[in-house]
Design a binder for this molecule. Structure first.
Ligand SMILES: Nc1ncnc2c1ncn2[C@@H]1O[C@H](COP(=O)(O)OP(=O)(O)OP(=O)(O)O)[C@@H](O)[C@H]1O
Length: 259
C-alpha cells in the first residue's frame, strides 16, 4: 500500500496517479495529472465538458484498453503496484476496480441473474441467493425487488436500474468503485437516493465519481480534482476546494463565473 500523504493528512492512497497523460491518436486528452485516491473515501473529478474526466476515470481500471487509439504515459499505482505493468491482468484489475456508467445498462436478464451471473462465470462458489440478497441490500434496492427477482431488469425504473448496476458491481466484491456521471440520467429523487447510497458505501469501498454537478461533488465527496482542458488545475479536500480554492480558475469555476 502507498502511504503517500493526501492533502496534508496521513490517509492511505489506494490508487496513485503520477504524471499521467492520455492521448487519442496522439491528441492529448489528459496532461501530466498527479493525485492520490484515498481509501474508503469519495473522490470527485469535476470540470467542464471535454476536459478529460471520463478518459481519466476509464484509465483507473484499464477500460481505455478497449479503445485502440489510446496511449497512456506516467504511472498509476494500485495498492503500490503499477496498474499497467506487463504482468498485470486487466480482467482481474476490472474485477477489483468496478465501474458504473452514466446510463444504466442492466443485462437483458432477470434481476437475479444480473447480479449472480458475473460472479458465477468468475468462479464464485458461494451461495448465489445470499450474494444476490446482500448486493441488493447494499445497493438499497432489496425491499423494492425482493418479490420479483425473476422478472426482467429492463422493467425497472431508471433509478432502480442504476441501483441494480451498482449492486451488480458490488457483487464482484471490488475494492474500488468508479462511477461516471451515475446520476445524470436520473430524476432528482433517484439521484438523491444514489447520493445517499454513495455515502453509505464509502465505509466499505473507495469511490471515484465523475460528475458535472458541482453541488453533488460538494455534498458527497471528501476530495475533489478539478480539471480543465486535460490539466489538473487543483486537487484537495472538497470543502477547501469549494470554499477556499487556491487557484483563481478553480474559484471562477466553482462560483459559476467560468467562461
Ligand atoms: N474515443 C475517443 N476518440 C478520440 N477522442 C476522444 C475519445 N473519447 C474522448 N475523446 C476526446 O478526449 C477529450 C476528453 O474527453 P472526455 O470524454 O474524457 O471528457 P469529459 O470531461 O469526460 O467530457 P464530458 O463531461 O462531456 O463527458 C475530448 O476532447 C474528447 O473529444
Amino acid at each position: 500500500m502507498n502511504d503517500r500523504e493526501i492533502s496534508g493528512s496521513s490517509e492511505q492512497a489506494v490508487l496513485n496517479l503520477d504524471k499521467v497523460s492520455i492521448s487519442y491518436s496522439g491528441v492529448a486528452a489528459v496532461k501530466n495529472v498527479s493525485f492520490p485516491i484515498a481509501k474508503n473515501k469519495v473522490t470527485s473529478i469535476i470540470g467542464p465538458s471535454g476536459c478529460g474526466k471520463s478518459t481519466l476515470l476509464r484509465s483507473l481500471n484499464r477500460m481505455n484498453d478497449f479503445i485502440p487509439e489510446v496511449s497512456i504515459d506516467g504511472q498509476i499505482s494500485f495498492a503500490g503496484q503499477n496498474l499497467y505493468a506487463e504482468k498485470v491482468d486487466a480482467v482481474s484489475v476490472r474485477r477489483r476496480i468496478g465501474m458504473v456508467f452514466q446510463k444504466p445498462n442492466p443485462f437483458p436478464k432477470s434481476i437475479y441473474n444480473n447480479i449472480a451471473w458475473g460472479p458465477r462465470i468468475n468462479g464464485y462458489a458461494g451461495s448465489s441467493d445470499e450474494l444476490v440478497e446482500q448486493s441488493l441490500k447494499q445497493a438499497a434496492l432489496w425491499d423494492e425487488v425482493k418479490d420479483r427477482l425473476d422478472s426482467s431488469a429492463l422493467n425497472l425504473s431508471g433509478g432502480q436500474q442504476q441501483r441494480l448496476c451498482i449492486a451488480r458491481a458490488l457483487a464482484m466484491e471490488p475494492d474500488i468503485l468508479l462511477m461516471d456521471e451515475p446520476c445524470s440520467a436520473l430524476d432528482p429523487i433517484s439521484s438523491a437516493r444514489i447520493e445517499d447510497l454513495i455515502f453509505e458505501l464509502k465505509s466499505q469501498y473507495t469511490i471515484v465519481i465523475v460528475t458535472h454537478n458541482m453541488q453533488q461533488a460538494a455534498r458527497i465527496s471528501d476530495y475533489t480534482a478539478f480539471m480543465e482542458m486535460g490539466d489538473l488545475i487543483e486537487f484537495g479536500i472538497t470543502d477547501q476546494l469549494f470554499t477556499r480554492p487556491k487557484k483563481q480558475r478553480t474559484e471562477d469555476y466553482v462560483t459559476g463565473r467560468f467562461g
